[in-house]
Design a protein around this ligand. Sequence first.
Ligand code: MF3
Ligand code: CO
Length: 255
Amino acid sequence: MVTYRSPREWEVMREAGRVVGLTLDAVREAAEPGMRPRDLDEVAARIMREHGAKSSFLGYHPSWAPMPYPATICVSVNDVVVHGIPGAPVLREGDLVSVDCGAEVGGYHGDAAVSFVVGTADAAALRLVDATREALDRAIAAAVPGGRMGDVSAAVEGTARAAGYGILEGCGGHGIGTEMHEDPPVPNVGRPGRGMRLREGLTIAIEPMFHEGGDGDARVLADGWSIATADGSRAAHFEHTVAITADGPVVMTLP
Ligand code: MF3
Ligand code: CO
């Protein structure tokens, strides 16, 4: 069931989203070679605590997962696309890191992700990161009342195809509000003019994930959470929580 939110609810979601934006900025700032993803998780936990927010991820236990999610944020390195559990092996020069963060304030959630390279980046990594960010920007621009979900999905898919990147077909965005994951799904593949009609009040998380290889299966790592590319190629992930309003898309997850 799809729920449409009021401007009053957008305001609370904006608060949650603001903490998400601040947290991602702080984590990105802290990330450098020699740091452990686990240390970044601590940075995130501190920022959320300071702002009275709760991690949407910590303790989250969907039916497919073998255990509740054990950390504040996800830190996915190189071939890990999403849901990387922040661990102890240190980040190395040139690692491509995706950080995903969800926060709850006043009963509403914000969810966003960024990718970046720690230390000196190779050109291929930068190209992948730029294309994935561009896909998110284009998809957000398509999130307008009267449009279709397929317009959003096609913006993501088209950007990947044009740049020659693979997409994991089963992974995508979602409605978000009083739950982190709500209807409707926001697929990363689709056709313009198809899918559900977009209406004012719909609040969705749009999250393109591209990888350097072609399309192909993902594999779940031994921790039961981390989703990696089957071919070992590197992936990038960007996400924002967006409200569809009469004035156009409003990004909720900026600091
Ligand atoms: N942002 C992720 C998503 O939208 C949430 C990660 S799942 C968690 O699917 F367990 F880490 F919370
Ligand atoms: Co999400």
